[in-house]
Design a protein around this ligand. Structure first.
Ligand code: HEC
Ligand code: HEC
Length: 211
């Protein structure tokens, strides 16, 4: 059975899964009094979807022919080639490692020095002591190597095998901007007021009508 345009619009508007609207219809059609509708928290998925659209747009833009062909990329040479990669691909350039590290830092809500030791004998460009990125003394760095290996296996051995999978597991998917990953606390179902229940039930009722 197909949902009509109004059903779809209302289901989308309320953030209710179409399946849920259908179930509501099957259980409660013509019985608008006692229908409880669970509103799904879709924000995280909208964020992911928006992000993917943005990445898609960026990829398209990146494919567009450059106005100035063979423009030099000065930033490529700014970061020295890594010397102590143990879990990341050893072929990664300094630039690539740097971009990934900025992503990890955002995903965990930390600064670089959470995982990298300070080298008090050298000054960085920002006037603060430089970090010794190749050094392995910080426990956080070692744990992060393990985390990366775990995540890489999740993606290559499992997620990649899900039919039509389009989202890879990232540090941020679990950490959500915090160093300590938090347990998931499901939101309580939202019970809609009587008037909205009737509106949703009416929408579900038109599932009978393929027009
Ligand atoms: C959550 C921990 C973590 C944070 C935060 C982090 N790094 Fe790293 N970084 C690592 C790990 C782990 C490695 C080693 C990867 C490997 O062994 O393949 C690494 C390696 C590097 C390397 C390569 C060093 C070498 O010579 O092998 C550089 C450069 C680097 N990080 C820079 C940064 C910068 C810059 C930041 C901040 C923007 C940062 N990192 C933030 C964990 C982190
Ligand atoms: C599948 C979920 C998941 C993914 C993906 C994940 N982590 Fe974790 N991570 C955890 C959990 C769970 C803990 C333990 C949290 C706790 O008990 O405090 C943890 C702990 C850590 C810790 C130790 C924190 C501390 O307080 O000592 C670091 C550092 C860390 N993760 C880094 C990373 C990095 C870097 C990545 C991406 C390369 C990553 N994690 C990906 C779930 C994940």
């Amino acid at each position: 059975m197909a949902l009509c345009e109004e059903c779809r619009a209302i289901a989308a508007l309320r953030g209710i899964r179409l399946a849920r609207a259908l179930a509501t219809h099957l259980d409660g059609c013509g019985n608008s009094g006692g229908v409880t509708v669970t509103v799904r928290q879709t924000h995280a998925w909208w964020t992911v979807a928006a992000l993917m659209i943005a990445i898609g747009a960026w990829a398209l833009a990146a494919q567009a022919p450059a106005v100035q062909p063979a423009a030099p990329k000065p930033e490529q040479s700014t970061y020295p080639a890594p010397t102590n990669l143990q879990v990341l691909a050893k072929t990664m350039t300094g630039q690539q490692v740097h971009e990934l590290m900025e992503e990890w830092s955002r995903d965990l809500g930390t600064q670089c020095d959470a995982c990298h030791t300070v080298d008090r004998t050298r000054m960085g460009a920002d006037g603060r002591p430089a970090l010794n990125y190749a050094d392995d003394q910080k426990d956080m760095k070692q744990v992060s190597r393990m985390m990366y290996t775990m995540m890489d296996q999740m993606n290559t051995s499992y997620v990649a095998k899900v039919h039509g999978a389009g989202v890879a597991v990232s540090c941020g998917m679990c950490h959500r901007g915090e160093v300590g990953a938090e347990p998931y606390a499901p939101q309580k179902p939202v019970v809609l007021p009587e008037s909205e229940i009737r509106a949703v039930s009416r929408a579900a009722a038109c599932a009978d009508d393929p027009e």
